[in-house]
Write a protein that binds this ligand. Structure first.
Ligand code: URA
Length: 295
């Protein structure tokens, strides 16, 4: 027979799932509505004789704990500091491995605290085509590789139709894959503008190090961030763009790379009628590779 407690736990679990919680971050849940009262006895005991003359306000400050400002001054960094740090780390990375390490050590993005794995790349870095998605989902987070879930499987099928496969050893027939964000946003929420801004120098440096012949921006978040545009994906697809980094510090020495935007496979799973449009984008990519003598 089901106990009252079991019924309550089940209801709580269902409530979490309905609200998009799909992963446990700790063994125990934390009741954040309960504020731990300060240990008054130990604070008073630790007041040294020289502190006995302390003003009431400093004793009160000790009882209150760190100010909200002090707490905020800890990591993650503020938006402009985070951006400055990611630009610096990106510039200093001169190989893909160094870039991966730089991203791993970057403290300016709090997603790192909730994610399981850093998701950096998959496929062949010598491939002519580099595809950039939005951010890892649950499967990617678990395995540490981009596009390995349901939408990744659809993506693989789409690219196989034009003879490209991330698992192919021949670089000319392969594809290289990464994302704007390297850490999974909890519950697969859309990346926040500050997260995209702080991560942009990393993916721009990633492109510089790989030097692909053709870029494919997969979905609106990727296309907007890398093209510096605000219009929707429908307006950005169906034409070739000339990609250059948005980050001024990364612009020098960069060559324009032909880039195309296409719908995200997760959108295609929800709206299969748009597969025709993506097929047209794939034919444009195939044509570009033929024109430039790449395949
Ligand atoms: N969606 C993305 O944009 N990237 C992934 O890696 C997985 C799903």
């Amino acid at each position: 027979m089901t106990s009252l407690a079991q019924t309550a736990y089940k209801a709580a679990l269902e409530w979490y799932v309905d609200n998009g919680v799909d992963e446990a971050l700790g063994d125990m849940s934390v009741d954040r509505t309960k504020i731990t009262p300060p240990n008054v006895t130990s604070i008073l005991h630790n007041l040294k004789p020289e502190k006995e003359g302390s003003s009431t306000s400093s004793v009160m400050q000790e009882l209150r704990g760190p100010s909200p400002q002090a707490a905020q001054d800890q990591t993650p960094l503020g938006a402009s500091d985070a951006r400055a740090e990611s630009v610096k780390l990106a510039q200093e990375a001169s190989t893909l491995e160094e870039l991966r390490e730089a991203i791993a050590e970057f403290e300016g993005i709090s997603l790192k605290k909730t994610a399981t794995n850093l998701v950096f790349c998959d496929g062949n870095p010598k491939a002519p085509v580099m595809l950039i998605g939005e951010a890892p989902g649950a499967d990617e987070d678990r395995l540490g590789k981009p596009f390995v879930g349901q939408s990744g499987q659809l993506l693989d099928k789409i690219f196989k139709c034009i003879g490209l496969d991330r698992a192919e050893e021949d670089p000319a027939k392969s594809i290289y894959i990464s994302n704007i964000l390297n850490w999974r946003p909890p519950g697969n929420r859309t990346p926040a503008p500050g997260e995209v801004e702080a991560s942009l120098p990393f993916i721009e440096r990633h492109i510089q190090l790989v030097q692909p012949k053709v870029l494919v921006f997969c979905g609106g978040v990727s296309a907007k961030a890398l093209l510096g545009r605000t219009d929707g994906i429908s307006r950005m697809r169906k034409l070739w763009h000339g990609y250059l980094p948005q980050t001024p510090e990364l612009k020098s020495g960069s060559e324009i790379i032909p880039a195309i935007a296409t719908y995200h496979p997760a959108y295609l799973l929800r709206t299969p009628s748009q597969k025709k449009a993506v097929w047209a984008d794939m034919l444009m990519i195939q044509q570009k590779l033929k024109e430039t003598g790449i395949v």
